[in-house]
Design a protein around this ligand. Structure first.
Ligand SMILES: C[S@@+](CC[C@H](N)C(=O)[O-])C[C@H]1O[C@@H](n2cnc3c(N)ncnc32)[C@H](O)[C@@H]1O
Length: 503
């Protein structure tokens, strides 16, 4: 069925956009709502845009010009309002953190550059936190969401015992290899040469289970990647693990994929540049150079780090064993780590099927690709872990309902589960900290279906409800919302303390 006549169609599109208000809607969503063809809706939107009646926001969303600013919409609670409430209810004013916070500044740094992890933070930030908290030889530093090991590398370099948990196996591999700075670079290079020679004698092997592999990789690269993969040693030893990491490093550069920060695919990308084997050699040479450069530092390193592939929600660390915890959890619906690292998971043999990926996703802190069964227990919108969520989640649920065709109607369940997932981690870290010990968390806020969620402030409030005191919340940088490019989000450093008198 279609709406007849251009005037009626334009009216129907306007009505649909009035309904979805400041949340906006995509061409497909509008077309589904008014039961018309997406191509006809797109043509009407172009005309209305030319007249200045509608605007295009991030991620293909359209809104009526009247809804350009979310703050003008009824019921929208903006970031400033939450900050004011936080300051009056929790007695802490927001400050500023200056200095590089994003991983980008690690890209040129020895060792940190071995596995560019866009979701990580800067080594300089960690060094500053360690120094400000007097971390030295004999201290223990914990990172419950260790990622690629930025905290752990810097803690070892400061002489501390570094302890990390992480669920994403390729990140665990990176963190392990990056913290084993005693590895003899010549032994590593010999192991890499042995693997290359074995790969050169092999013929092409089977492709991993990922359906899009043929489309996403160049044929010659696929052949060499399978040969190299099949020549890799098993995991477990320092030189062998380092060779596996070097292989992991060449996967994305050998494909039409990129991370920016989500995994993206460029259909038109042509096969240019070095071969897989050459890329592997370059990766190995860079790692060996960094290991050699660390030679002089070895005597000052802390004891060997402990990096476990483990769910941080288990909170398994010994009581009162940790001087300082530094971490950054996933952000509220910020990233599906499993989706983003599925190529690494599959090629390195950590996942053999889509069922493996789904199982891993269920144990990671909640993101919006969770199966519905995982949110079923989190759909209620009252008696939530924080009173602010009692206000926020019904609003989010209503916004999704108004939108009609939002990707899923249980978004409020995802957000509920996200904060519920953080609670056992906070409890575990608090137990593990020595009295007076601190937990420093880098975390951001979010805009979801037109509802603003102050993830940093809610995390601080949750921590306060679990026996931490809030030392400070410092805004480190602003980010742009993927949903609405004009909407400014932030990334904050939340510092919490286990009070000395707490049990
Ligand atoms: C923001 S990243 C941490 C990056 C890290 N600071 C760095 O510099 O590399 C968050 C990490 O938490 C991990 N994660 C998510 N849920 C987890 C869980 N339940 N237990 C342990 N790690 C988890 C993700 O796999 C991801 O690597």
């Amino acid at each position: 069925m279609t709406v007849s006549g251009p005037v009626a169609l334009a009216e129907a599109v306007r009505d649909a956009l009035t309904e979805t208000g400041g949340i906006g809607a995509t061409v497909r969503q509008i077309a589904a709502r008014i039961d018309d063809h997406p191509a006809r809706v797109a043509a009407v939107l172009d005309r209305l845009q030319g007249r200045g009646d509608v605007l295009r926001m991030g991620r293909g969303l359209w809104v009526l010009r009247d809804f350009e600013h979310l703050s003008e919409r009824d019921g929208f609670v903006d970031p400033t309002e939450f900050v004011e409430r936080f300051e009056s209810e929790n007695g802490v004013s927001l400050g500023r953190y200056s200095g590089p916070i994003t991983f980008r500044s690690n890209d040129g740094l020895p060792v940190h550059r071995w596995w560019p992890y866009v979701q990580g933070y800067s080594a300089e930030f960690v060094r500053g936190v360690l120094a400000a908290n007097g971390v030295a030889r004999g201290s223990t530093v914990l990172d419950p969401f260790a990622g690629s090991g930025t905290t752990l590398v810097e803690a070892r370099r400061a002489g501390a015992y570094a302890v990390g948990a992480e669920l994403l196996a390729p990140a665990v591999l990176a963190a392990r290899v990056k913290t084993r700075l005693e590895l003899d670079p010549r032994r590593f290079e010999r192991e890499a040469e042995r693997v290359l020679a074995a790969a050169a004698r092999r013929s092409a092997g089977p492709l991993p289970f990922l359906r899009e592999t043929r489309r996403q990789f160049f044929p010659a690269a696929l052949r060499d990647l399978t040969r190299l993969r099949d020549a890799l040693p098993a995991e477990g030893n320092d030189a062998e693990d380092a060779v596996r990491l070097a292989f992991g490093r060449v996967l994305i550069p050998s494909s039409r994929l990129h991370r920016s920060p989500c995994l993206g695919y460029d259909r038109r990308a042509r096969s240019t540049g070095p071969s897989v084997f050459e890329r592997f050699r370059t990766a190995v040479a860079e790692m060996a150079t960094d290991l050699a450069a660390f030679g002089g530092e070895r005597a000052r390193l802390g004891p060997p780090a402990s990096v476990e592939r483990r769910d941080a929600r288990e909170g398994h660390w010994p009581r009162e064993s940790v001087d300082l915890a530094v971490t950054s959890p996933p952000y509220v619906n910020g990233m599906d780590y499993v989706m983003n690292y599925k190529v690494d998971l599959a090629w390195l043999g950590y996942a053999s099927s889509y069922a493996d990926l789904a199982a891993l996703r269920r144990t990671e802190v909640a993101c919006d690709n969770l199966p519905r069964t995982e949110t079923a227990a989190y759909l209620r919108t009252t008696e939530l872990p924080d009173p602010w969520l009692d206000e926020l989640l019904p609003r989010l649920k209503e916004n999704v309902r108004r939108k009609g065709t939002y990707r899923r109607d249980d978004m409020h369940g995802i957000v509920h589960r996200y904060f519920a997932d953080l609670l056992p981690v906070l409890d575990g870290v608090r137990r593990a900290l020595k009295p007076g010990g601190r937990l420093v968390v880098v975390v951001g806020d979010s805009l979801l279906a037109g509802t603003y969620v102050p993830g940093d402030l809610i995390l601080a409030r949750l921590a306060a409800s679990r026996g931490f005191s809030i030392v400070s919340v410092e805004v480190a940088r602003s980010r742009r919302s993927g949903q609405r490019r004009t909407f400014e989000l932030r990334e904050s450093v939340v510092t919490l303390e286990r009070p000395r008198s707490a049990t």
